[in-house]
Design a binder for this molecule. Structure first.
Ligand code: ZN
Length: 216
């Protein structure tokens, strides 16, 4: 069950990855998590990454790919894994194929298809208390009408990261760099499209069925 979850931010893939990983007892692997762990453990790559991050620069593909390679040979990956948020570019996907060519290749890539307006709606719905940091959600857990936090009486605001212009920008970067992976894996006959516009339960049920088949 060596799989990749692919999709724009806000498609809900992280949530589904966590549920499936728990159900099928395989690790959910995100580059953010392994980067933080390598830095904390002080591994060779972790030390390099720390210096780069402290300088404010982005960690290079070489280091990310090195970390993924270290992670995928851990014993808990033997029965499979869900790569969540990696690869992010064609170059990274090619490195991953190269890395796995003598081992077990990726079996399936789950692509979360959600229409752009829905993504923008989801990603711009968060409101945050500027005092206690509590996260409200305009759809599921709206703040009081006067924007005074119900927990601490602080002011509820929309963070810059959650504003529509920032979100649209992130989606542009995604379209340019990551969306081409859809075609890349389609050519390898590994792509499994999931309609992510539905509710969490329906998507989960479809994915559980899909993973049960993969396991056979
Ligand atoms: Zn508050």
């Amino acid at each position: 069950m060596r799989t990749i979850f692919l999709g724009a931010p806000g498609t809900g893939k992280g949530t589904q990855a966590a549920v499936l990983a728990g159900k099928f007892l395989i690790p959910q692997i995100s580059t953010g998590d392994i980067l933080r762990k390598a830095v904390k453990d002080g591994t060779e790559l972790g030390k390099k990454a720390k210096i780069i991050m402290e300088s404010g620069a982005l960690v290079s593909d070489d280091i990310i790919i090195g970390l993924i390679e270290e992670r995928l040979v851990q014993p808990d990956c033997a029965e499979g894994y869900i790569l969540d948020g990696f690869p992010r570019t064609i170059a990274q996907a090619e490195s991953l194929d190269d890395m796995l060519k003598d081992a077990s290749p990726i079996k399936a890539v789950v692509y979360f298809d959600v229409n752009e307006d829905e993504i923008v709606k989801r990603l711009t719905s968060r409101r945050t208390c500027s005092k206690c940091g509590y996260n409200y959600n305009m759809i599921t857990d709206p703040p009081p009408a006067d924007n005074v936090c119900g927990k601490c009486c602080g002011t509820v605001i929309q963070r810059d990261d959650d504003k529509e212009s920032t979100v649209r920008n992130r989606l542009l970067v995604y379209k340019e760099k990551t969306e081409p992976l859809k075609e890349y894996y389609e050519k390898q006959n590994k792509l499994h499209l999931v309609n992510g516009n539905r509710n969490v339960e329906e998507i989960r049920a479809e994915l559980v069925e899909f993973y049960n088949k993969l396991a056979c």
